[in-house]
Write a protein that binds this ligand. Sequence first.
Ligand code: UD1
Length: 339
Amino acid sequence: MKKILVTGGLGFIGSHVVVELQNSEFEVVIIDDLSNTNVEVLDNIEKITNIKPQFFQIDLRKKELVQDFFKNNQLDGVIHFAASKAVGESVEKPLDYYENNINALVYLLQEMDKNNIDNFIFSSSCTVYGQADELPITENAPVKIAESPYGNTKQIGEEIIQDSCKAYGFNAIALRYFNPIGAHESTNIGELPLGVPQNLIPFVTQTAAGIRKELSVFGDDYPTLDGTAIRDYIHVVDLAKAHVSALQRLLKKENKDNFEFFNIGTGKGTSVLEIVQTFEKVTGKKLNYKIVDRRPGDITAAYADTTKANIELNWKAEETLEAALLSAWKWQQKQTNKE
Ligand code: UD1
């Protein structure tokens, strides 16, 4: 059995990836500092897979702890999610973001090199493309100057990995996610936003649940069909499966370069108002919303050309937007009932 380290494995995307790895016969060891999740997620993963992954509560900024971990664990690969991800907060506290997102990455790569561990998967973001000049966005689209320190950590992260692959000879894949949404169908794991959600779908589900009064739709004067901004919303379970495909590509040495990157989305663009309408349709809930000004830093439209991932990773998003929104709603209802 191949043993894979998943950093940030108790977070939203990380926990879904752990489940898919265990379903694909990988042994998983998780590192998480619990800064944006809680340890119960470990039991909830076990409820789905009947396997409790090994877990270490480690802050990856503590270099000695990272060194100790690698000394004591033989690994076949690393999937790295542990990072701060709030765009607004990153503008206020850029150095916290650089310290957390960059230092942790560097320490991990140093230990991989020292301990001869190959196969690294990095959680990157479509934010690296900014407002792309052409849609859908292919991997050939240029990387644009980052809009936020958070976005910059993804760009710098990819560069650090690329340089390291070249110098130390290991193999890595960066997955550039579009907008991950939804929850596992079991409703045992999902997204746990702290405080007021910044992302659209948790705000939608919390509004439908009565936790928020109304959804603010940020701008209806974009040059799109209904004037609201367009994104590519991908079910988190589909996204999780892309990681297993990427890992298998590296383990089977099918990669064509020692650093590769892939867009992970559905290929379909959906406007904010289409999200509202589809949510209302699948849940039968009426959603209070009002149109407000655009949110600074938001782009008009982003959706993926997923051809490269479809062919090279032999992976394709299979879930519908309806299924993703319904799963997000069921997850929200479960959280509301707990309170
Ligand atoms: C955001 C981040 C992006 C990050 C991603 C992670 C920004 C500018 N970008 O992407 O860097 O990788 O989250 O998931 O924050 N919207 C509303 N009302 C709301 C919330 C959102 O109308 O209350 C709209 C937004 O204007 C946008 C769409 O919904 O058009 C999606 O927003 P969001 O979920 O925040 O994702 P992104 O902004 O695409």
